[in-house]
Design a protein around this ligand. Sequence first.
Ligand code: ADP
Ligand code: MG
Length: 297
Amino acid sequence: MDWVRGEKLGQGSFATVSLAVPRGRSSCLPPLMAVKSCGVSHSSSLVNEKLVLEELKDCPEIIRCFGESFSCENGEKLYNVLLEYASGGSLADKLKKSGDRRLPESDVREYTKSLLKGLRYIHKVGFVHCDIKLQNILLGPNGGVKIADFGLAKRVGRKSGVPGCELRGTPMYMSPEMVSAGEQGAPADIWALGCLVAEMVTGAPAWSSSDVAGLLMRIGVGEEVPAIPGILSEEGKDFLGKCFVKNPSKRWTAEMLLNHPFVCDQEDLYGDSFAALKDRREITASTSPRCPFDFPD
Ligand code: ADP
Ligand code: MG
């Protein structure tokens, strides 16, 4: 695959991301792509990312991968992975640009719903992302969510995850089972999603501590959960409560959360007939086995 490197888009811990323009005409490639590159000597996580993305095709909420290539630039041998270009930047950029660093709850609901669709797909195929955070959630040209940075992603055989692996990920988003037992399963992504939702709503990380060791003690040993932001609607507070269940096997799954009223329009569940029904309490309490949410009085 022949392409030309364009302007730099972002910098990660090991990799640099730039625009990539395919050389010549190719009917199967878009006119603009992103290329994630790093030196071949420390390319293991980028190779992992490419292999995982190849198994996660066909989900609009996940960044697409168009292949890999090697190049030699400024005397360095590089490994490159060609990706769908997410022209809207990351959710972290979006928060920075919004005046008070936070997003309206209506936007947060939409982003959360798309993230859940992406996570449901990732978990169904048998992977865990392991690094869900604002910087790794990108936005497409129409503002749609594109989950990116699968460098730490891995396959898990069981829902509850793999115990005993090393501590990997970003401390602010780490789940209690990850910190206390090195257990990285699908529920850890849901915990991280909860941290991300709290951050989008308040503009501040779910944890305010900058003392990483102390924070890990509070999460893993003290079994603390992040504070639920007071400015959230009751539905939002309940949603976060389901993400921050300490026991990973009792934490709600992406599939379950997609039916939570924070992200689920009642029309999604009941069709147009819902519009005729005025009392949401009545319909939720009496007819919804899939929506186990208690509306507050
Ligand atoms: P790392 O694994 O090193 O953290 P990421 O994949 O998270 O690298 O990319 C780092 C940054 O580069 C992202 O936060 C984003 O700003 C930018 N970036 C990454 N992939 C793309 C893409 N496909 N389109 C546009 N920008 C991207
Ligand atoms: Mg990243």
